[in-house]
Design a protein around this ligand. Structure first.
Ligand SMILES: [Zn+2]
Length: 59
């Protein structure tokens, strides 16, 4: 059984730099389900798969 690495997930998180603009249609990078971003939180936990996603705060 191959061990699970986090490199792939880290790459997906990096892609959030572009996707974070689209707050209304935010898609979880882990499971692909739409989730609502809480802009007052530093991180949001996907209700579908439980992935923790950093929220980009733009002023
Ligand atoms: Zn998810």
């Amino acid at each position: 059984m191959a061990s699970f690495g986090s490199n792939g997930f880290d790459d997906l998180i990096s892609d959030l730099d572009d996707a974070a603009r689209f707050v209304d249609g935010f898609v979880c990078p882990s499971c692909g389900e739409e989730i609502a971003l809480d802009l007052e939180a530093d991180t949001v936990t996907c209700p579908h798969c439980g992935a923790k996603i950093d929220v980009e705060h733009k002023s």
